[in-house]
Design a protein around this ligand. Structure first.
Ligand code: HEC
Ligand code: HEC
Ligand code: HEC
Ligand code: HEC
Length: 228
């Protein structure tokens, strides 16, 4: 009787305390791995959410733009998946590298659910897709090697250090967390030129065929046949 009672008590203890702890440990472990992966990715490529802290106006403009929608668009994902299937994968990263430059720089799979991608990859054409580009790539159809590093790493902008120095100057009246700001801002002569946008907006095939021009011509032709 006493032995049965002891057995029952041990079983109860196991069910009430030990099992939940081991389940929690397994759960924590999964969450821990995921949290580490996210942190590691953030060390290489910061999210727009980090930039928002000091640039709320630019963040608001970006967040409602098509750039923020580029990778989460279901139409894009369906078309990209279909094209990969029809070409047996030989289309490679052609479609997706413009729609998520960070995802491709992180070496993510070409086709997978967005829930398996990093937060920053889901952000599509995010801040650093333009502000961590350290050379003028020209008509590259979106194959951009983004500069890596946490949020304090150098960014590229229209004015360079000029305004940063004003903000950091003693008595400027600005209150910013110094250690979280970019160490340096490099002036980028190309970021304000149309050609910079063309590195993604001018879709060029490997043989030099201008896809964007073709779409423009076919759109004009269909308009012609419909209205003329
Ligand atoms: C890294 C690639 C990339 C760069 C660089 C880029 N874009 Fe884009 N842009 C895109 C993609 C991809 C879309 C489409 C997103 C979607 O709707 O899925 C887009 C969409 C847009 C749209 C919305 C178009 C519409 O029909 O709704 C505008 C406007 C735009 N970009 C302007 C610019 C300007 C201006 C620049 C240069 C300062 C620029 N883009 C640089 C990739 C880029
Ligand atoms: C060189 C960069 C680049 C490549 C390569 C590219 N896109 Fe895009 N994509 C863009 C830009 C830029 C836009 C916005 C065009 C505009 O509205 O003026 C866009 C818009 C779109 C849109 C409409 C908006 C949306 O997200 O629903 C779809 C769908 C799309 N692309 C699918 C594809 C597919 C499929 C491929 C591969 C065959 C592809 N793209 C290859 C840059 C690119
Ligand atoms: C498609 C490319 C692109 C993306 C994405 C983008 N920017 Fe910019 N950004 C530019 C360009 C181009 C300029 C220069 C505008 C000018 O002065 O002609 C600029 C200017 C700026 C400036 C200087 C002040 C100003 O507004 O002119 C800040 C700060 C800035 N961006 C922050 C951000 C942040 C933060 C994000 C993300 C939330 C972001 N940008 C996303 C292209 C981009
Ligand atoms: C802790 C604050 C802080 C954070 C976080 C921050 N910035 Fe800045 N940034 C500044 C300050 C201060 C300036 C200088 C004043 C200005 O130009 O608005 C600046 C300026 C800029 C400029 C303008 C450069 C130019 O040439 O005029 C760009 C572009 C920029 N930041 C991009 C980013 C991006 C992208 C991120 C996220 C990866 C980011 N910033 C995160 C504080 C910050």
């Amino acid at each position: 009787m006493a032995a049965n009672y002891r057995f029952g008590r041990t079983l109860l203890t196991l069910i009430l305390f030990v099992l939940p702890i081991s389940v929690c440990a397994a759960f924590d472990n999964d969450q821990g791995t995921e949290a580490h992966a996210t942190l590691h990715a953030a060390d290489r490529f910061p999210s727009a959410l980090e930039c928002r802290e000091c640039h709320p106006r630019q963040y608001r403009e970006w967040a409602v733009s098509q750039h923020a929608y580029a990778q989460i668009s279901p139409v894009f994902n369906a078309m990209h998946g279909t094209i990969l299937k029809l070409t047996n994968g030989t289309n490679g990263d052609f479609c997706i590298r413009c729609h998520t430059p960070v995802g491709m720089n992180l070496g993510e799979p070409l086709f997978t659910g967005n829930e398996n991608r990093h937060q920053i990859s889901r952000e599509g054409v995010t801040c650093i897709s333009c502000h961590r580009v350290n050379r003028n790539y020209g008509k590259i159809s979106g194959r951009l090697a983004l500069l890596e590093g946490g949020v304090q790493q150098r960014v590229y902008g229209p004015l360079g250090n000029e305004r940063l120095e004003q903000v950091l100057c003693k008595g400027s009246g600005f209150r910013v967390e110094r250690e979280r700001i970019h160490e340096e801002i490099e002036q980028s002569f190309y970021i304000t030129r149309p050609g910079f946008c063309g590195s993604c907006h001018d879709v060029t095939l490997v043989n030099g065929f201008l896809l964007s021009v073709a779409s423009f011509i076919s759109a004009t032709c269909s308009l012609d046949s419909e209205f003329l």
